[in-house]
Design a protein around this ligand. Sequence first.
Ligand SMILES: [Ca+2]
Length: 366
Amino acid sequence: MRFLLPKPSRASAAIVLLIACCVGSTGASAQKSASTRSGASSPVRGSTPYATRDDAMRFADDVAARRGLDREWVRATIGSARFLPNVPRLMLPGPVGTVKNWQTYRSRFIDPIRIAAGVRFWRENAATLARAEQVYGVPPEIVVGIIGVETIYGRNMGNFRVIDALATLSFDFPQGHPRAAEREAFFRGELESFLSTESRTAEDPLVPLGSYAGAMGMPQFMPSSIAKYAVDFDGDSRIDLVNNPADVIGSVASYFKGFGWTPGMPATYPVHFEEARLKKSLLLAPDILPTFSADSFVAAGAVPEGEGIRHKGLLALVELQNGADAPPTYVAGTRNFYVITRYNWSSYYAMSVLDLGQEVKAAMDQ
Ligand SMILES: [Ca+2]
């Protein structure tokens, strides 16, 4: 079940993705017939095993050549992947014009059970969280917020075989998606990264489990993020993102540092404005990309509160919709807010991480 690298000669640690518990059903049940859209050249999705699909085997050969891997091993691994019929449609965006609801979104991630689990995780790992802040500059409440939102501190890490998820999304990505080509390329890159990592271990590449998108472990890292940012943070010469909280904490903090987290900078400031004076379309045009100095923010009618008025970096006006009947919530997002959205490209996600971290921190003090 577990695996180690065959003695890395450098300081690089082995990557261990231990399986947390019994393998559950991989969701083959309850399948509705997947959308029957099919290109002219492809019959019904999943009807042809990847082992006999030209596109999949061509990709296997390319990966083997590019990464210097054993060609037959790559072919056999991809060829053993199973099509997951329910997964492609999960990639499709929601209907256009749907009004989002921040309060509903927030309530999915911030509740007494998750807060209590966060307090327990923080108390059990306080020294490691403090060390991660020293090394990477990322405060405990951000790391605690991420791991809580992602998996409730390891309770829900996903039961899909990673190879199945990544093969399905690499070779059967829904072509109705507005950015199908880009997303398919992304998942092919992740599949390649997964194969590259697995090839350097003794583990059966069919064993690791994760989300339907191929994200693994307590922090739900994609394979390329494991390759780039995961760290051995307890010094046992291997990286275990499934069972080892120290490696998880260090790796999340390392990820944030890698994307430019600025120590000490708040992620958001409250903001107030007069609706009539607000140049809303100007401020919302760059979306969550910080674009405006505090002065230009104020000139456009949005006034950051507290320290925000003296903020040195750039700001973004972040709008969170509250359904059709209530006004949206607004905050001024900093560069650090943007960094949180590199983990998951959603301002609703980033706000949930921040709020959960704050709620856990407040509960710690009680
Ligand atoms: Ca370790």
